[in-house]
Design a protein around this ligand. Structure first.
Ligand SMILES: O=C(O)CCC(=O)C(=O)O
Ligand SMILES: [Fe+2]
Length: 199
């Protein structure tokens, strides 16, 4: 286990065959709830495409960031794949089940700016984050914007847990190494985050 500014990173938590099986589950999620490219409140398109599973899904549009019980195109979010609940059980240290699973897809050139995860109703539960596919440069700071940062390349199968004092640290993805993994036939990276958003 690696401690990155309080974030606990479990390298290779998921073996290759389990990654491939989970990818099949995520394809079903995406078939039921297609990826969309959210806009920020200021009207800029995010470079990451996303969708969700669970009772709630995270969205962003001109009205801001929030959780919604339906996909922007209408329709319930699909259920969270059971294999992800197993990961949550193994690493979260929480006996509350996650009610949302955000699926982020990073194509070539996609990135995610530094931010805190704080749209959840209660911030006492951890965020559990799984990387699949191409490597990504993960940057972690402190709980205030603009402080010192540390970086780590996340690889397919790695799991990061943001909990306790690290629940509100600033973090982002500077870039991916497009084509560095052959898990996704077309290249790119999928990041899956599990959260308790609604309680
Ligand atoms: O892609 C990642 O590893 C981080 C994603 C993230 O920070 C988020 O979805 O809030
Ligand atoms: Fe985040």
């Amino acid at each position: 286990m690696i401690d990155l500014g309080g974030i606990k990173v479990h390298p290779s938590h998921l073996a290759r065959d389990a990654q491939a099986a989970l990818l099949d589950d995520l394809r079903d999620v995406i078939r039921a709830a297609p990826l969309f490219q959210p806009e920020t409140q200021r009207g800029a398109k995010m470079s990451v495409r996303m969708t969700s599973a669970g009772d709630l899904g995270w969205i962003s549009d001109r009205r801001g960031y929030r959780y919604e019980p339906r996909h922007p195109a209408g329709g319930d979010w699909p259920t969270i794949p059971a294999a992800l609940l197993d990961i949550w059980r193994d690493v979260s240290g929480s006996d509350v089940q996650p009610d949302t699973c955000l699926v982020n897809f990073y194509g070539e050139g996609a990135r995610m700016g530094m931010h805190q995860d704080r749209d959840e109703a209660s911030l006492e539960h951890p965020v559990v984050s799984l990387s699949l596919g191409d490597q990504a440069l993960f940057r972690v700071g402190g709980t205030a914007r603009g402080g010192k940062t540390q970086s780590l390349w996340l690889s397919s199968g790695d799991v990061a847990v943001m909990g306790g004092a690290a629940r509100l640290v600033y973090h982002g993805i500077d870039r991916i190494r497009f084509g560095s993994s052959d898990l996704l036939p077309q290249g790119g990276r999928i990041n899956v985050t599990l959260r308790v958003a609604g309680r």
